[in-house]
Design a binder for this molecule. Structure first.
Ligand code: 13P
Ligand code: SF4
Length: 365
C-alpha cells in the first residue's frame, strides 16, 4: 500500500525530545541506506545526528564518497546541490528545509554573471583573458558557467591553490560572489590591492573604467557574507589591549582589515584544527559563526583554553539555523515511510557542467 507524505505540521509544534526521539528512530530504521552530512555552523540539536561533519570542502568529498541511498544535508542549499552533483544519479539528496539558502550565494546570479561576461566581451576575448572562479557558496548554474568557460570552483580552504590554477591558464580572474575571500586570497599571493578591483553588477561595466580593468589581475564581485561582515578591526584591537597574549583567528569571509589583523585566517575546518592543536590555556578570539564558536568553547574548556566570539553582537547564520529538529525529524520520518520530501535535484545539463568545475577543484585541492 502506498503511504502518503507526513505533513510538517505534525512536527512544527512538537517538543524537542519528541523530535529527537523520532530522528533517532528513523535513523535506526533506515540504517546504512541513510547518511547525514552536517556543516560546522549547524546548531548542536541537529549537528549531533551527523555521520560526517566538516567544512564545505570536506562535506563535498564525503558526498562524493558516499554509497548511501539517501544523503540528508544539514547545511544550506548550495551545499545540498553540490552533494547532488557529486553523488551518483540514483542517490537522493535532501535538504530538510528548502528555505535554508545562503544570502551571499544569492548576491550573484546567472543573469548578472552572463551580463558581466557580455560587457567584458565587448573589450576582451573573455575566454582567453579571464578564468572565472566561483566560491562554492553559489548556485549550481554559476558552477556550470565556470565549467563551460574553463573555470573552477573554490572553497575557503583551497582558494589559493585554485587561484594559482586559474592564473596558470589566463592572465586575469573573475572571482564571485565573495569579494572578501577573493581579495584575501589575492593579497596572500602577493597581488597588490590596486590590482584587485570590485565589479558592481548593478553598474555598467561593473562601475569600472577600461583602464582599471586593463590594470587589474582580479575582478572581485561585489558580494559578501552578512554574518562575517559583523566582525570589525576594533573588536580585535579591544581584545589585544585586554589580553596581549591572546590569539586571533578569522574566517576569510571576514572584512580585509580583520583578516590582516588576525594571527591566522582559514576555513571552519582550519579554525577548529588550529584551536584544538594550540597549547592548553591559550585564549582565542574567533571571527566565524556563533554555533561553531560555542561548540569549540565547550570542547576546549577541559584544557583551560578560552574561546571567545569576536563580535559583541550575536551573529548566527540565520539560514543555516532553519535546519532544526522539527524539519530533520519530518524529513527522516518521511524517508522511513518511503516518502521523499525536499529532494534537491540539479538539472542534468547544468549538473554535468557544474561537475566539470567541481572535479577540477577536487583534483587541484
Ligand atoms: P567553510 O568552507 O569554511 O565551511 O565555509 C562555508 C561558509 O559558508 C562559511 O560562511
Ligand atoms: Fe552564507 Fe554567510 Fe551563512 Fe556562510 S555564514 S552560509 S556565507 S550567509
Amino acid at each position: 500500500m502506498q503511504s502518503t507524505v507526513i505533513r510538517f505540521e505534525r512536527f512544527q509544534a512538537a517538543q524537542d525530545e519528541a523530535c529527537q526521539a523520532s530522528i533517532m528512530a528513523a535513523r535506526q530504521k533506515l540504517g546504512h541506506r541513510l547518511v547525514i552530512l552536517g556543516h560546522h555552523y549547524q546548531h548542536e540539536s541537529v549537528y549531533r545526528h551527523a555521520d560526517h561533519t566538516g567544512d564545505s570542502l570536506r562535506l563535498a568529498r564525503a558526498a562524493a564518497a558516499s554509497d548511501a541511498e539517501y544523503i540528508v544535508f544539514l547545511g544550506v542549499h548550495f551545499m545540498a546541490e553540490v552533494a547532488d552533483i557529486l553523488s551518483r544519479p540514483e542517490q537522493i539528496c535532501i535538504l530538510p528545509d528548502l528555505s535554508a539558502g545562503c544570502s551571499m550565494a544569492d548576491m550573484a546570479n546567472l543573469a548578472k554573471v552572463e551580463r558581466c561576461r557580455r560587457e567584458l566581451s565587448t573589450h576582451y576575448d573573455f575566454d582567453a583573458t579571464f578564468t572565472p572562479v566561483t566560491y562554492i557558496n553559489s548556485a549550481a548554474d554559476l558552477k556550470a558557467f565556470c565549467g563551460e568557460h574553463g573555470g573552477i570552483v573554490c572553497t575557503s580552504s583551497n582558494a589559493q591553490k585554485i587561484m594559482q590554477w586559474a592564473f596558470a591558464r589566463r592572465e586575469k580572474v573573475l572571482f564571485f560572489p565573495d569579494q572578501h575571500l577573493g581579495r584575501w586570497t589575492g593579497y596572500k599571493m602577493g597581488i597588490p590591492l590596486d590590482e584587485m578591483v570590485v565589479w558592481d553588477p548593478d553598474l555598467p561595466l561593473g562601475g569600472l573604467t577600461r583602464q582599471q580593468i586593463d590594470h587589474a589581475k582580479v575582478l572581485l564581485w561585489k558580494g559578501h557574507c552578512s554574518v562575517h561582515q559583523m566582525f570589525q578591526p576594533q573588536h580585535i584591537t579591544r581584545f589585544r589591549n585586554q589580553y596581549p597574549e591572546g590569539k586571533v583567528i578569522a574566517h576569510p569571509e571576514s572584512p580585509f582589515e580583520v583578516c590582516r589583523l588576525a594571527d591566522a585566517v582559514g576555513s571552519t575546518e582550519f579554525i577548529i584544527k588550529t584551536i584544538t592543536e594550540s597549547p592548553p590555556g591559550t585564549r582565542w578570539l574567533v571571527g566565524t559563526e556563533l554555533n561553531l564558536v560555542n561548540r569549540l568553547a565547550e570542547r576546549m574548556k577541559p584544557y583551560g583554553t578560552i574561546v571567545q566570539f569576536m563580535s559583541p553582537l550575536i551573529c548566527e547564520c540565520s539560514t543555516m539555523a532553519r535546519i532544526d529538529p522539527p524539519h530533520l525529524a519530518w524529513a527522516l520520518e518521511n524517508l522511513a515511510h518511503g516518502q521523499i520530501v525536499n529532494r534537491i535535484q540539479v538539472a542534468p545539463k547544468e549538473a554535468e557542467l557544474a561537475k566539470l568545475a567541481l572535479d577540477r577543484m577536487l583534483e587541484v585541492s
